[in-house]
Design a protein. Structure first.
Length: 175
């Protein structure tokens, strides 16, 4: 099925683009959600005006979100978790938990649906992509360590790591 996108759709295209998608995806998701319309002759005539309006909106959103992206990009968030001898966690670190830590650390509200990550089930360093807009996708570094151990964040000095560990321990005991 051919559709005309009315809004930017992540991993599909920008508003005003004509795309060929599976019938079910178009009929059951894109069209009812208002992301697209069928690519008829009348709709194709409007494609250029849709593209121009979307470009203006996209530029505005990108300028607003670039400051947010600068605050988030490259930040380290740490999680203390119980794990077995092999490094497999007893639970998992979810996108909701990552969103809460980002809000806590950077002071920026991020929805869990904006975070591209599978649940983390192992110790170590991981990366999460945060989809602020279709063009701006900052990366957050995640460190999962055992409870009771001090995290070893690459690039931090010993003093910074000790301060972060002390602050995290104080926050955990306050809960």
């Amino acid at each position: 099925m051919k559709i005309l996108l009315l809004k930017d759709v992540y991993h599909l295209g920008h508003a005003g683009d004509v795309k060929k998608v599976a019938d079910g995806y178009g009929r059951n998701y894109l069209i009812p959600q208002g992301f697209a319309v069928m690519a008829t002759a009348g709709a194709l005539k409007q494609a250029e005006s849709i593209r121009a309006k979307a470009e203006v909106i996209r530029k505005q959103q990108n300028t607003e979100m670039s400051a947010v992206s600068d605050r988030i990009n490259g930040t380290w968030i740490t999680f203390a978790s119980k794990a077995g001898e092999t490094g497999k966690l007893y639970g998992s670190i979810t996108s909701q938990m990552v969103a809460e830590k980002i809000s806590e650390k950077a002071g920026v509200e991020v929805d869990k649906r904006q975070i591209d990550i599978q649940p983390i089930r192992t110790l170590g360093e991981h990366k999460a992509h945060i989809r602020l807009t279709i063009d701006i996708v900052p990366i957050v570094n995640i460190l999962v360590h055992r409870e009771g151990e001090t995290p070893n964040i690459a690039g931090n000095t010993e003093a910074e790591q000790t301060e972060e560990a002390a602050a995290e321990t104080a926050a955990e005991t306050a809960e």
